[in-house]
Design a protein around this ligand. Sequence first.
Ligand SMILES: Nc1ncnc2c1ncn2[C@@H]1O[C@H](COP(=O)(O)OP(=O)(O)OP(=O)(O)O)[C@@H](O)[C@H]1O
Ligand SMILES: [Mg+2]
Length: 146
Amino acid sequence: MDAGQAFAPVLRSGDIVLLTGALGAGKTTFAKGVAKGLGVTERVTSPTFTMVREHHCANAQGIATLHHCDVYRVETLDEVVDLALGELVEESAVALVEWGELAASVFGRDVMTVDFVVDDEDGRTLVVDGELASQRAGELDRWAGR
Ligand SMILES: Nc1ncnc2c1ncn2[C@@H]1O[C@H](COP(=O)(O)OP(=O)(O)OP(=O)(O)O)[C@@H](O)[C@H]1O
Ligand SMILES: [Mg+2]
């Protein structure tokens, strides 16, 4: 959760971040941290069954809304297209999408991917990639403590 909270300053309005990794790898935990870092005060729970939850944010970055999605259970890509996340994030918002790789074609190239890898000792390695990640290299380095 701390990693997620520290990640929040990397985000800007309009960003879509795909959270990928095995079942239980820590995607929701990270999203809770990001929410905290963006000034969400309500409880953040897994959107596995609702597909998307919307949280009001209060922060100096001007991000007013966090859309927290989970596309694990979607049956067709149309369901993800219908969410219109690309349009939603244009309104001072960002989106985190758990299992986003399952619908990567819907989001196109201009996204960031955070992949959660569980190691032998139950630790986590976070691997960040994507077009948006290259644009935020400086912020990401700061996050990674480089
Ligand atoms: N960085 C971490 N280090 C150790 N344990 C963690 C870490 N992040 C999450 N966990 C633990 O892993 C479990 C599953 O976490 P979480 O629900 O965030 O995973 P998830 O990737 O969202 O799962 P799902 O694929 O079901 O959506 C929780 O019990 C959580 O406490
Ligand atoms: Mg989850």
